[in-house]
Structure formats: C-alpha cells, structure tokens
Design a protein around this ligand. Structure first.
Ligand SMILES: Nc1ncnc2c1ncn2[C@@H]1O[C@H](COP(=O)(O)OP(=O)(O)OP(=O)(O)O)[C@@H](O)[C@H]1O
Length: 559
C-alpha cells in the first residue's frame, strides 16, 4: 500500500511550495498531502503516516495530534541554488549583499550561500549598518520587498527547499525502490524546477482542507454572513453554478468547500483552478484542452464533483462563452456526470460587469446565484470567536490576549481578513509566552490606538501605513532619528545639507552611505513626513512628520 506523507507547516504558500518539490521528486510513489497547523485535529493523522514538519518550531504544536506509532521528521531545509548559475561559474570575485527578513535569517542564509559560492564576498543587509559602496549582486530568499532601491542585479532564490538528507530519509521510511543517484538527479533538477515555478500552484488541485466542514459549522454573529450561509445552504442542495465574491482571505474558498460538502456530490472531489496571472492561451489549454496538442483539459478530464474557479475576472472574454455553454449544457443534460461550477472574484460581479470584464450572458446567469463574504472589518464581533477557534487549532487554549491587545485587534482594519488574523495568531503562538499584550503585537497594531478616536486624522496621517512602509525597508529607528534631526533644525531655523545630516546621524550611531541616506529621505518624502525641495530651501520636516514623531515618541515607543 502507498505510504501517506503529510507535510505540516504554518503558511499555505510555503506548504504548497514544499509539496510541489516532493511531488516533483517522488511522483505518485507516495501519497503526499499538505496540511497547515490549523487543519490538524485529533483524527487527521494516522499511525501509519510519515509526518514531515516544515520547521523545528512547530514540533511541540504538532505533538498532541501525532499518533504514538506515527513517524515524524523535521525537514532540513537548504537554500535553493538553482538560479545561482551565473555566480557559481563566475571567475571574478563579486560583492554580494544578502537580504532576509531578520538578522538571524540573514546570517543563516549568508552562511549557507558561502558554502555554495566560496569565491565571492558576502555582506549581510542590516539597515542600521553602513553598506559597502560597491555591491555587484543582491541575493534574497523571497524577500524582494526588503531590498533597498538602486541595485541593478537581484537574484531571488525563493523559499528554502527540502535538503537531500531529508529526501533520503523519506525514501528510507517509505521503503521506496529508488536509487540514491536518481534521487540526487531529481533533487538537482527539482531545484531548477522550483525556481522556475516558485510558489505557483499546479494547474488544478484536489482540496481536502475543509473536508469535514459543513455550512452549519460556520458560526457568526454577522447578519450579512448569516444571510450568506442561509442562501448557501439552499443552493448547496441544487446543481446550480454559484459565484462567491469578497476580499482576499475572507473565506471564499472555504465557503465553496462547505457548499460542496453539503451537496449531494460531497463524496466526489473538490477541484480548485486559479486563473490568476495566467496567459489566456494557457487558461484555455488547461481548462478546455487543445486538440492540436492532444491535451484533454480539466473540464473534460474530471467527472463529477465541484470545480472551484478562482479569479473568474481573469478568465478571458472569449472563454467566458465556453464556460457559459458548459454551465448550460450541464443544466440541459441531467444524465451526464455533473460538474458543479463555483466561481469567485475579489470585486463584486456587478462591478466586473459594469467595467465590461464579465460578459452579459454569464453575468445574467450568475447574478442570480451570488454569495457575498463580508470582510473581517465588517464582522469584528466575530473576532473573539475566530481567535478562540485558532487557539484551539494550535492547541494553545492557554494563550491569553490582554485587553489592550484585543482592543488593538478591534481597531485594526484587517486588510488580509481572516487569513491575516490566522497569520497574526500563528505569530503569537510562536512567541513562546502564554500572555500576549499589545507590546508583543506587530508595531502597526500599536499605531491604531491613538488615532482611533479621531478617525479623520488617522485617514490623513495613515500612521499604520507609514510604519508598515518604513518597516518594510527595515529602517524605522534610523528614520525616527532622521526626523528628530530635521525637527531640531526646524526649531533652530537651520537647514541641513546631506553631509551635515550624515554627520548628525553618525553621532546617533547610524553611519550611512550617501545612497542609504538618499533612500531613507526618499521614503520619508513619499510618506509625506519630509518635504524635499531642491536648492537653498532644502529638506524640512513636514507638519505630518512632526505629528507622526509626536505619536511615535509618546504613544508607541514607550511600550
Ligand atoms: N470563519 C472561518 N473560520 C475559520 N477559518 C477561516 C474562516 N474564514 C476563513 N478561514 C480561513 O482563512 C484562510 C483564508 O480563507 P480562504 O482561502 O477560503 O479565503 P479566500 O477568500 O478564498 O482567499 P483568496 O481570495 O485570497 O484566495 C483559510 O485558511 C480559511 O480556512
């Protein structure tokens, strides 16, 4: 019997990436499934499973769900050198800046890169420290948004892959008749494959993440979500196509899976197809097939079940007709093994129609079967209940959120909706403490407090956005010092040139190159905290900058 390998991780994207790597190497010789921590419950894992943990940190969290006889191993991960070819073969010594999301990870990445590329010189990117003036390349494992501007050559090596040692362990546990030399070959080819595909999902996936969840398990105090659930329960029993609209991470796919689980075809598969960022020709080939290339296409290949098509607005105009025909023919031919179509979009179907993105006949048909997923901002009363559910999923009901932490949650807008909440709770779970105060939360939560009372000011100042933008570049503390210097200058009626600013910053222990200073000033100018003018007028702190400093010094930093 095929061995079942369950990979467990925190983030869906990362999990999918690892699953793709393993599927590429082991093909169908092992049954590979990915599960986020959140999806674990007492009967998800079987004693015959081989459980692969994506990181050491989650070991304790998984333990309670692990049957005694199940074997678990922590995946060793390594940098993917698949697209470092240019540097591996370069005879000239290059200066390489390594950028990662925090100091420890930066050093770790740098050390492993040194092993692969011993002939080059590496520098960690630390925002407070000066950068060498000549950098030939910047390398990052997926953190492209943290790279300071102005570097011509950047290599994104993507997330870390599973090491060869771990792959050999898997081969042994699963007793696969596969030579290590073949495994090594596939591992190396897989690196190139992984860098080409990054976290892109397979054309279609069969999902079992919400396998056991039905609509009656979705509890909410939001009237609009209650109404969605009511209509969904009725539609679930029909074969009709359904459209679900709502922001990112609101739970559209979860709702689609629940509808599937409540339908008469619940025992059949639930397929997911994502139209996002795909060329029209590729979508046509993948969904409807190609006679010339003898590709059958998903719609012809599957028989029965639910096909969930994400980002329907990215389905080319011409193909909307084909999809409409499919929906219609399904209706007309009840003898055929029906496929229930559920589509989704971030914008409302009506808006998409008004913008001319969705064709009239598809809109006229689908508009009778539209379900809306409200944003988390519109259903903040569900926050406590969702947090409790996530604590339960992480098996951390001991975790206590202080009143001010909860208040910060209530005042936050949650642009990433339930997915973002889940990520924040998983972050708190990893903090290694049972009581979470506001000071433990990411900084932008602290920023909400003061401006909550004066909504207009919040909109004008956008303090969360500013902090987030500056933090993304990793130089918040330097920016504060820079603003303080400009504020002092303003009080003394002095305007400082760049050289003087560099000198004053270095008195504060920040030694910056010209390029680093330019970048920081540019970001502060963009966020409206500085007014950058050419010529004698020079750069000055803006009123917004002073207001921001005031809040930061009095409200935020003291925490
Ligand atoms: N009410 C809920 N209870 C528990 N988990 C939820 C709830 N709503 C959403 N989630 C979880 O939040 C995450 C995001 O949900 P989902 O993927 O369904 O969102 P989506 O709207 O389809 O997102 P996107 O459009 O960005 O793909 C999933 O892990 C899902 O299980």
């Amino acid at each position: 019997m095929k061995k079942r390998l369950i990979i467990i991780g925190i983030q869906e994207d990362n999990l999918l990436f690892l699953k793709n790597q393993l599927e590429y190497i082991f093909g169908t010789s092992i049954q590979i499934e990915g599960l986020t921590l959140k999806e674990l419950n007492s009967d998800t894992l079987l004693s015959s499973d081989l459980v692969l943990l994506s990181a050491m940190e989650i070991q304790e969290l998984v333990k309670p769900f692990l049957p005694e006889a199940a074997i678990s191993i922590v995946a060793q991960r390594t940098e993917n050198i698949g697209n470092l070819k240019e540097l591996i073969f370069s005879k000239q010594r290059k200066n390489i800046l390594v950028v990662n999301d925090n100091y420890n990870n930066t050093i770790q990445t740098l050390e492993s890169l040194k092993l692969f590329l011993p002939n080059h010189t590496f520098y960690p990117y630390i925002s407070e420290k000066p950068m060498p003036d000549k950098i030939d390349f910047v390398i990052t494992p997926g953190e492209t948004n943290l790279i300071p501007k102005g570097f011509p050559r950047m290599i994104d090596i993507g997330p870390r892959i599973i090491s060869l040692e771990t792959l050999i362990q898997i081969k042994q546990y699963c007793q696969l008749d596969m030579k290590v030399s073949l495994l090594t070959q596939l591992y190396i080819k897989g690196m190139i494959y992984a860098t080409d595909k990054k976290t892109e999902s397979l054309p279609i996936s069969i999902h079992d993440q919400n396998q056991h969840r039905t609509l009656d398990s979705l509890k909410t105090s939001s009237p609009s979500l209650q109404s969605t659930i009511r209509i969904a329960s009725k539609l679930a029993k029909t074969p009709d196509a359904i459209h679900i609209e709502g922001g990112t991470g609101t739970g559209k796919q979860m709702l689609a899976e629940m509808i599937h689980n409540d339908s008469t075809g619940a025992a059949l598969p639930f397929y997911v197809y994502n139209c996002l960022d795909k060329e029209p020709q590729l979508i046509e080939k993948e969904l409807f097939g190609s006679k010339d290339e003898k590709i059958e296409g998903i719609i012809n290949a599957i028989s029965g079940g639910t096909l969930y098509i994400k980002h329907i607005d990215q389905l080319p105009y011409a193909l909307q007709g084909k999809l409409f025909n499919l929906i219609e023919s399904n209706d007309l031919n009840p003898m055929k093994n029906r496929i229930r179509i559920i589509t989704s979009s971030l914008e409302s179907l009506a808006t998409l129609f008004q913008k001319g993105i969705i064709r009239t006949y598809l809109y006229s048909y689908m508009s009778s079967y539209v379900l809306q997923m409200p944003s988390l901002k519109e259903r903040k009363n569900d926050l406590s209940q969702l947090i409790e559910a996530f604590k339960g999923h992480f098996n951390r009901i001991d975790l206590v959120f202080s009143t001010d932490a909860m208040e910060a949650f209530y005042h936050y807008d949650w642009p990433g909706n339930v997915r973002e909440l889940y990520n924040v709770i998983s972050y708190c779970v990893c903090l290694n403490t049972t009581s979470i105060g506001r000071e433990s939360l990411p900084l932008f939560f602290k920023g909400n407090q003061k401006f909550d009372a004066t909504e207009n000011t919040e909109q004008d100042l956008g303090i969360n956005e500013i902090i987030r933008t500056i933090e993304k570049h990793g130089f918040l503390s330097e920016s504060i010092s820079l603003l303080q210097i400009y504020q002092k200058g303003k009080k003394q009626n002095e305007s400082y040139g760049r050289r003087r600013i560099k000198q004053l910053l270095s008195d504060e222990q920040y030694s910056l190159t010209d390029q680093q200073l330019r970048l920081r000033i540019e970001v502060l100018n963009k966020t409206g905290l500085l007014n950058v003018r050419k010529g004698r007028a020079g750069t000055t702190i803006s009123a917004k900058g002073e207001q921001f400093l005031d809040v930061y010094q009095n409200e935020l930093r003291v925490q």
